[in-house]
Design a protein around this ligand. Structure first.
Ligand SMILES: NC(=O)c1ccc[n+]([C@@H]2O[C@H](COP(=O)([O-])OP(=O)(O)OC[C@H]3O[C@@H](n4cnc5c(N)ncnc54)[C@H](OP(=O)(O)O)[C@@H]3O)[C@@H](O)[C@H]2O)c1
Length: 303
């Protein structure tokens, strides 16, 4: 099964229906040539959108590692859509603390750093990584306007924003924000009740879903909640058509079943697991199966 392209928002960009995340690429311990081969392999099967952030990885950053791979075959740039994020400032000296900064100078500096590291002229999408409680939406709108005009960024979105933060920023912009990238998995269901998916659905904007596998915790931890959840996932896996459905595929299908149609971001560096994620696009959970996973994760039934 290969992946089709979908529109993220009215006037928004086209993404592949699942996205490859590059947060963990520093842990993959690969050469630039090996990173390039992995990139080419997932592009070949249709996963053309990649997710980065200014703060991913340290010395070298994930964007630098990715840029080194791209430099080996610059023709790949035109076959992919690159998302990156700004707004988190990590500091290393003891007298200061990590903080958020979405002032125009911080956003612009972050974009210029990302472009330099990646060795590209323009980001397809820039997201504000986390809501900055000091954000001045009028100045962000102005900054987005100049980044768009200069050609450094094509589209803008947000990540981890509440519905009201999303609406507030959107109210100052001429073009729709193209996504809100949020955590979605049965161990973190806040977005199903806090309205952040509803406002996207209302505006026909696709969410991006991070950590659909709860960062791998479902496989590596054995808390009471995870044992209960895993049993339900295994049971549902055996009920789905095709006898080789795995629990990671059930988890992807669970997140993607939400009516706002989240676009899953794959966190694995294994091409077999990328293929498994793609194959989960064809899985359809029944209403009861979806809620069985909800009940197992919560430890109580629906009210
Ligand atoms: N906007 C935000 O605030 C935010 C926050 C976090 C992440 N993100 C984005 O979302 C992407 C995905 O997040 P994530 O990495 O947390 O995703 P995830 O899919 O929940 O977790 C990936 C981890 O699970 C492991 N894994 C996958 N399948 C497994 C299996 N069958 N058995 C055992 N382990 C398995 C992977 O290891 P292997 O590599 O060995 O397969 C990897 O370590 C990131 O790359 C990043 O782009 C965004």
């Amino acid at each position: 099964m290969t992946v089709k392209k979908i529109s993220m928002a009215p006037q928004g960009p086209e993404f592949s229906e699942v996205v490859q995340g590059y947060w963990r690429m520093g842990d993959w311990n690969r050469s630039a040539q090996e990173h390039l081969s992995f990139l080419k392999q997932h592009v070949e099967i249709g996963v053309t959108t990649v997710d980065h952030a200014h703060v991913y990885g340290d010395n070298p950053s994930c964007e630098e590692l990715f840029g080194q791979a791209l430099a080996l075959d610059p023709s790949i740039r035109n076959q992919i859509e690159i998302v990156s994020k700004c707004g988190i400032e990590l500091v290393s000296d003891e007298r200061h603390v990590n903080h958020y900064d979405s002032t125009p100078s911080a956003i612009t500096k972050s974009v210029e750093t990302s472009l330099k590291r990646l060795g590209i002229e323009s980001l397809d999408v820039l997201l504000i990584h986390r809501p900055d409680w000091l954000m001045d939406v009028d100045s962000i709108a102005e900054c987005f306007g100049s980044l768009k005009q200069s050609g450094k960024v094509q589209h803008f979105g947000v990540s981890n924003f509440t519905a009201s933060q999303y609406a507030l920023l959107q109210s100052r912009l001429d073009a729709p924000l193209v996504t809100n990238q949020v955590e979605i998995n049965p161990l973190n269901m806040g977005v199903t009740t806090d309205g952040s998916l509803d406002i996207l659905h209302q505006n026909r904007v696709r969410p991006m879903a991070w950590s659909c596998l709860a960062g791998g915790r479902v496989f590596s931890e054995a808390t009471e909640q995870i044992v209960r959840l895993k049993a339900a996932l295994e049971q549902v896996a055996t009920e789905l058509v095709g006898n080789s459905v795995t629990i990671d595929q059930v988890l992807y299908a669970w997140s993607m079943a939400l009516p706002s149609k989240p676009v899953a971001i794959i966190g694995s560096g294994s091409i077999a697991r990328v293929q498994a994620a793609i194959d989960s696009l064809k899985l359809k959970l029944s209403q009861e199966q979806w809620y069985r996973i909800w009940v197992a994760a919560n430890g109580y039934g629906v009210p």
